[in-house]
Write a protein of this length. Structure first.
Length: 113
């Protein structure tokens, strides 16, 4: 009988203690982005061989040489990657082309992807 009395007493205390607890509606806001890891540029050195460019063919403003290209190898791209955007930095001239820093001659390069 004594054991039963302790059980009822414990149940009564727990019921009385929990009667003051009530649930309340709250709003939880979760922020974040799911982004793909960028590709890795595996090419360690890339060179564009312009060959011989003759000054007489570059006399007028806006004149240009033939197009020269190079390849950059990309690895570890996320599955489904169909294109990439590359960013190059440097000093631009007044027309938006890249110029060689510290060089007073007026020539510049167009970089496109």
């Amino acid at each position: 009988m004594k054991c039963n009395y302790v059980g009822w007493l414990l149940a009564s205390v727990l019921t009385a203690a929990s009667s003051g607890l009530q649930a309340a509606d709250i709003t939880i806001t979760v922020n974040g982005k799911v982004v793909a890891k960028p590709c890795t540029v595996s090419t360690t050195n890339a060179a564009v061989d312009l060959g011989d460019l003759y000054t007489f063919s570059l006399v007028t403003a806006g004149s240009a040489s033939a197009w020269h290209s190079t390849a950059l190898e990309l690895t570890n791209c996320p599955i489904g990657t169909s294109r990439v955007i590359a960013t190059f930095s440097g000093t631009a001239d007044s027309t938006g082309y890249y110029k060689k820093p510290g060089d007073r001659r007026q020539y510049s390069a167009r970089i496109a992807g």
